[in-house]
Ligand binder design. Sequence first.
Ligand code: ATP
Length: 269
Amino acid sequence: MGREMAAMQAASASSDAILKVVGVSKYFGGVRAVADVSIDVPKGSVFSVIGPNGAGKTSLVNMISGFYTPDTGSIEFQGRSIGGLRPNERAELGIARTFQNIALFRGLSVLENLMLGRHVRMHSNVLTSFLYWGPAQKEEIEHRKKCEEIIDFLKLNDLRKQTTGALPYGFQKRVELGRALAVEPDLLLLDEPMAGMNQEEKEDMARYVLDVNEELGTTIILIEHDMGVVMDISDRIAVLDQGTKISEGTPAEVQADPAVINAYLGTSD
Ligand SMILES: Nc1ncnc2c1ncn2[C@@H]1O[C@H](COP(=O)(O)OP(=O)(O)OP(=O)(O)O)[C@@H](O)[C@H]1O
């Protein structure tokens, strides 16, 4: 499906939202990080959240993934309220994320990092592995197979046994994406996946984000500062400024919105 068609469908599909965020706020002492923000994220879309530094983007994503508890508002994922759930419980439901700063186990290999990302899908633990060695081993083989598929998908085959700490930055970011994909998420939260990358690495990552969206059908919430990338790959964009949502729409709508031009695109960010 073309991006334009997808955008039109996404725009008209708010009733088919995979995620509904209603009136969430987060305060840190006197700092208003997020104030009464609502978004409906259409299933199957690439939904970007943009805004100047300190606008509240990461705080919003942290509330969706369960790292922060909102002071007000509610969050519904696939029709179910997830407000009271811990991050790992949200991951089990199908919400995965990557972090702004690389958070890999640097001493472990690419494959091992993906296997660790997969733990929310594993039923065996040390005790059950001991008691039911056969089933646990079978489960491990299946998980390994899934991780190998992701390694193939992200073209990391040659690096699967390499320790991640020694990899070039762009590859480390790709392994992080792989670790989040190991959760087999329905909703993937990407916090600045292209930060610090050169142009070629950015284009590669943008391609993988689109492949995940189009081939795996994963809904994506993307925080990204590179406006070229955002305008290229997003179906919808929400714009935050000083904690409040000042605009939302298709890339063309947001780009033409004077409130956005004033608050954001007009700045040097
Ligand atoms: N854990 C925290 N403790 C105190 N203040 C915080 C915390 N997290 C965020 N803030 C504050 O909340 C505001 C919003 O920050 P947030 O990181 O959500 O913005 P952002 O849009 O993601 O910014 P950036 O683009 O710079 O990453 C900022 O003023 C920030 O300092």
